[in-house]
Write a protein that binds this ligand. Structure first.
Ligand code: SAM
Length: 201
């Protein structure tokens, strides 16, 4: 996790400025949910999605591994519970109606994905919904140049659609919808983006 926290410590502010709009197809995902239901944003970054979901009337909480990201998210959402925590270690007795993992699983090694998804599953109520966004490409993992500052490296896990879908299904999810888009700017990694809506069964 070293390269993830140390790199986000340096680029958190730039990231927040560049990615100031809610993540891909978030409103489509919110359309699946009951009005006012609870959402846990896992790897919430600077809190843009938390603010968006709150504005739409949902009860939101968030966690993130980066202290700098947590500070930014709390500053943007002072009334929201946002914890410094690792998806891999997070446990709570609370069950949420839905979870968001927007471009956070991309920083976890492949060997940890079953554990991460099972942790996310255990945060959800039965039939709860999960939003996942990852980079799509030939399956790979390793250190990549960070687009904001190529002298910095960051660990990335690149998925095929089949790979992430199978992982989700093996963990007890059904896939509700899959969307893709091309990278939109030079500040983004150049991979295609893969967005999945899944449901805990
Ligand atoms: C690319 S940013 C995405 C931020 C936000 N979700 C978005 O869509 O813009 C990835 C975020 O995931 C967080 N992250 C990475 N690994 C994590 C982990 N194991 N547990 C919690 N957060 C993690 C990073 O600190 C960073 O804030």
């Amino acid at each position: 996790m070293d390269h993830v926290t140390s790199t986000y410590a340096k680029i958190a502010k730039q990231y927040a400025e560049e990615f100031s709009l809610a993540t891909d197809s978030l409103d489509d995902f919110l359309g699946l949910l009951s009005p006012g239901s609870s959402i846990l944003d896992m790897g919430c970054g600077p809190g843009v999605e938390i603010a968006h979901c709150k504005e739409k009337g949902f009860k939101v909480e968030g966690i993130d591994l980066s202290a700098e990201m947590v500070d930014l998210a709390r500053h943007k959402n002072p009334e929201v519970k946002i914890s410094l925590a690792n998806i891999l270690e997070f446990n709570t007795s609370q069950k949420y109606d839905s979870c968001i993992a927007s471009y956070s699983l991309i920083h976890l090694p492949k060997k940890n994905l079953p554990e991460a998804l099972s942790n996310i599953h255990s945060c959800l109520k039965k039939d709860g919904y999960l939003y996942v966004a990852v980079h799509e490409g030939q399956s790979n993992e390793g250190l990549y140049d960070e687009p904001f500052d190529p002298s910095l490296k960051i660990f990335l896990n690149i998925f095929t659609k089949e790979e992430i879908s199978e992982l989700l299904i093996k963990t007890g999810f059904r896939i509700v919808e899959t969307k893709t888009r091309d990278a939109a700017s030079s500040e983004e990694f150049s991979f295609r983006k893969l967005i999945l809506f899944a449901q805990a069964i």
